[in-house]
Design a protein around this ligand. Structure first.
Ligand code: VG1
Ligand code: CO
Length: 544
């Protein structure tokens, strides 16, 4: 077998966004495209970092082909050992775990997460560092720089490899080990939670659960962990056959795309807990019987009840949330007398805080939560947190929410997405808002008035790195907020995200639907940003 230096040319736009490089799959299917990007990742590593890498993806269309290309380039570069998931499949948190467990130098995750998959749909590749975290901006920048100057990649002419768990191959200086996709992750979960206790509650009928795998990567994880280990019956594990096109759906667990589960949980036959996860298994949606738990509330409630979760028995130390995520977490942190950090959107910004032990629990409004056991958000883990809390407290999720709101106030929280925008127009909206402080100060919205307008800038407390322009915040005198930012995960047009938060302290008014409650604030947000005038859209495309 030979290694060849294949001559190539840079592709435009191999620039990682919020979470890696995401494009339409036909972009990735171009000859040399995946090989170039893989070589750029290797080039950005120091020679000492070329020891062990983990590779796996969410199993979407083109996952299988891309894995074979990546293996050829990694062998071509003499990486000492590559751990790859069976059939090339690993959930994103499972990759993070394997990197940590095997003390690898990093990993390559193939996923476009919650974006649809299949021909003509989306694909993605990202690099995670040795702590299992999505690469921070200095590394993604180094990779991008490499993609712009690349002239060749190293290619080992391997046969097509069968990726069966337990297989091992040795080619030249590289050993390839194929590992079961679920084993290590399931073992980790068993060290973090009390499976006997949760299992007893489920098997005795005291705690009923329904999980929707959305035909995505968590299906096999859910079957093993919720089904085999905890006794959830198979008919309560929906859509757990992973499909390359996610059954044609949008594997994004929210009220819109996980509507069947949402309706079931709002109906007569609802279970105590209903949950769903996304394409690559890092997101979660949590519902109680008749109650949607917003991701921001879910995060705050996990913090509030962390003593019910064995992993956090020794205390939380600190917590973190992305800037647009609601301030419910801050109020719990204050009550617990621990610090609460505010980071830009994207899980990579939590990495340093977790590595330094400054925080143990993190979350984003976009249905992402996780702890210090991995460096990615973790959908199945979040469900296990909720099962632990419900088994321990023995009250309904709805009751827990009501108690939380009474004690801490309720952050009525929504996100309005304006999709399919022209990129320049979307940027104009942000730029205008960033300069609109003078015009907006004192402007009334009901009883509230605008008290500040600012652009979020983050200075990492660990390494001092600075990230500018991370969203515009319009803050009211009662701490309610509107936040505007542009999506960094899209694959074609631009998406403007508008995050709405109103804090209601009156227990009499805490039972409304958040989307209805925030209706007029959403209109106000559209008005002050001239969204309709600039884009023609009087209404958002998606409200969650
Ligand atoms: C979105 C979310 C962000 C999340 C990112 C990746 O990014 O807003 O909170 O971290 O997706 O999620 P953006 O830039 O489109 O707003 V996914 O589940 O990769 O893993
Ligand atoms: Co995801």
């Amino acid at each position: 077998m030979d290694i060849q230096a294949v001559a190539t040319q840079p592709f435009d736009g191999q620039k990682p966004g919020t979470s890696g490089l995401r494009k339409k799959v036909d972009v990735f299917q171009q000859p040399h495209y995946v090989a170039n990007f893989t070589q750029a990742i290797v080039n950005a590593l120091s020679p000492e970092q070329r020891g062990r890498l983990v590779v796996g993806g969410d199993g979407r269309y083109f996952n299988a082909e891309a894995i074979q290309v990546i293996l050829k380039v990694l062998v071509g570069n003499g990486i000492r050992e590559v751990l790859v998931g069976a059939d090339g499949i690993l959930s994103t948190p499972a990759v993070s775990n394997l990197i940590r467990k095997s003390k690898a130098d990093g990993g390559i995750v193939l996923s476009a997460s919650h974006n649809p998959g299949g021909p003509g749909k989306d694909f993605g590749i990202k690099f995670n560092n040795a702590s299992g975290s999505p690469a921070p901006e200095n590394i993604t920048q180094a990779i991008y720089d490499q993609t712009r100057s690349i002239s060749e990649y190293q290619w080992a002419d391997l046969p097509e490899l069968k990726l069966e768990a337990g297989s091992e191959y040795t080619f030249l200086d590289t050993k390839i080990r194929v590992v079961d996709s679920v084993d290590d992750y399931a073992a980790l979960m068993q060290t973090l939670f009390d499976f006997d206790r949760i299992g007893d509650a489920i098997r005795s009928g005291g705690l009923s659960v329904c999980f929707d795998g959305m035909h995505a990567v968590t299906g096999p994880y859910a079957r093993r962990i919720f089904g085999d280990l905890l006794g959830v019956s198979q008919d309560r594990l929906w859509n757990c056959d992973a499909l390359t096109d996610f059954g044609g759906g949008h594997p994004d667990p929210n009220r819109v795309y996980a509507k069947t589960l949402y309706d079931f949980m709002m109906g007569e036959s609802a279970t105590d807990l209903g949950a769903a996860s996304d394409g690559d298994g890092d997101r979660n949606m949590i519902m109680g019987r008749g109650a949607f738990v917003s991701p921001s509330d879910s995060l705050a409630l996990i913090a509030q009840h962390h003593q019910s979760i064995p992993q956090f028995k020794s205390g939380l130390v600190g917590v973190a949330r992305s800037m647009p995520t609601s301030t419910a977490l801050d109020r719990v942190a204050q009550h617990l007398n621990i610090s609460c950090y505010e980071t830009p959107t994207g899980w990579k910004f939590f990495g340093n805080l977790l590595d330094q032990g400054l925080v143990r629990l993190c979350g984003e409004e976009s249905f992402g939560t996780s702890g210090d056991h991995v460096r990615e958000k973790d959908g199945v883990w979040t469900v296990l947190c909720w099962l632990s809390i419900l088994a321990d407290k023995q009250v309904s999720a709805q009751e827990l929410l009501a108690q939380h709101w009474t004690s801490f106030g309720r952050s009525y929280y929504c996100r309005h997405d304006y999709e399919g925008l022209d990129a320049d127009k979307a940027q104009t909206i942000i730029d205008q808002l960033a300069g609109a402080k003078g015009k907006l100060l004192g402007r009334k919205m009901g009883a509230m008035s605008v008290a500040d307008v600012n652009v979020f800038r983050y200075e990492d407390p660990v390494d001092g790195s600075v990230s500018e322009n991370q969203g515009v915040r319009v803050v009211f005198d009662d701490h309610s907020r509107v936040v505007y930012r542009l999506s960094g995960t899209g694959t074609d047009s631009a998406t403007l995200r508008v995050y709405l938060e109103q804090i209601e302290r009156d227990a009499q008014n805490q039972g409304a639907d958040a989307i209805v409650y925030n209706e007029s604030l959403g209109q106000f947000a559209n008005d002050i940003a001239d969204i309709q005038a600039t884009t023609g859209l009087s209404e958002p495309t998606v409200k969650t």
